[in-house]
Design a protein around this ligand. Structure first.
Ligand SMILES: [Zn+2]
Length: 46
């Protein structure tokens, strides 16, 4: 159990799903890109 908790803590990676097709988006530089439908999300929009 303790191992499981540690594992989660060491992965602060954030996952974002595409608004349109719900595919996991890929982070590139300061942008999120959906490889499925091409939807882009500029991080400055937030
Ligand atoms: Zn998409």
């Amino acid at each position: 159990m303790a191992l499981l908790v540690l594992n989660v803590k060491e992965k602060p990676e954030k996952r974002v799903l595409c608004e349109i097709c719900s595919t996991e988006m890929t982070e590139r530089h300061c942008r999120l890109v959906c490889l499925n439908c091409g939807f882009k999300w500029d991080c400055s929009d937030r």
